[in-house]
Design a protein around this ligand. Sequence first.
Ligand code: ARG
Length: 462
Amino acid sequence: MKAWQGRFISGSSDLLEKFNASIGFDYKLFSQDIKGSMAHSTMLAEIGILTAKECEAIQNGLAEIEFDLKKVIEEGKTDFDIKYEDIHMMIESLLIDKIGDIGKKLHTARSRNDQVAVDLRLYVVHKVTEIQNQTASLMKLLLELSEAYVDDILPGYTHLQRAQPIRLGFHLMTYYQMFKRDYERLTDTLKRTSVLPLGSGALAGVNYKTNRELLKNLLDFNEISEHAMDAVSDRDFVIEFNSVVAIMMMHLSRFSEELILWSSSEYAFVEISDAYTTGSSIMPQKKNPDVAELVRGKTGRVYGNLMSILTVMKGLPLAYNKDMQEDKEGLFDSVETIQMCLEVFTAMLSETRFNTVEMNKAAKQGFLNATDLADYLVMKGLPFRECHHITGSIVKICVQTGCAIEDLSLSQLKQFSALFDSDVYKHLELSSVVEAKKSYGSTSKESTLEMIHKAKTYMDQL
Ligand code: ARG
């Protein structure tokens, strides 16, 4: 007999049991569920629904169940009996088995609807902190690398065509900025996730004067939900978290894509260590960037999880509907995926060698100083559009003859404009081109070091 079967004449079909059960995945919420029940029972005692003794018996029972479940789950024995239906019913029935009738009082002033909402919110809050710590490690590594490679120059690209020379430290700091925003987006989600739904009952509130302030404090939430029906029917926080994780995966995927390109012999800008690359079963020479490729590939499933929960929620009438049980697997999958990706990506990056000689060589080919040649003429008083045109004609000649701009003699340059002087060659050097960038946030050494310094101060206060 199930806890809710009083009004039923006959039992459930085996098919229903199998189809309906969520214990196969929501066992992952066991510690949150117990935490919630601990707080709930303390509160029930405080408002006189449980005696101090009953509360103690319940809490001792719950503590033992938590200890046992932790052990069983760590041992990988997670094939819980589907007769339990879900984690909430399982823990309640284990409690009743353990302490008898007193256990039956725990569900007073509570519904599984506010129970599952509180569990899920506790889970997301907990995971946000873990993911933020992992993100911070990656950000720290990026700062170290940026500082170490501040003097090395590589081509910066637009349209995947060589555009202008930049510092490698500057390039890497781009990723730091992305992950910093991801870190902050995670913090932002807490504002709407750290809200206590417990005490809302099934949808309308409960017939007891529950002390929700106490629950909020016991469970470390920042706020209390203001509306019972909203509290049990809202899964925005899951959607928001999934979308933040999707954005973060997009960043990891772009970075991965770049490492994949850079480790090809066409670029040869990086070599990922043996520990984080794989070989081929047939081609003996191969060294493949599987980790980066898998991170890029796993981005797809995280996007899928976001689409899935958005779609589950879009047609639901108020309040709780069983469809919402489908919120969990995608959430757990996105959490596990981002955590694994952050861990392995950071480890791989820390063992990646940057081939700065090759980068420098590449930066010397492809007329990356052309914009600066145009700016040289601007400095001599010509309007930029005219300078652009003149420089374009010079590049055309260089392409035809297969030389670099700086290979042209002064008299050759003067054929394009009388304003060229011998000081032009200094302006065309890679280091001058990079240092000529004076705007705030540019790739000059001073500016790049300033970014790194600012970032370090930021990291110190996290
Ligand atoms: N296993 C359910 C879920 O994940 C728990 C809530 C069940 N509530 C209900 N009214 N049947 O959504």
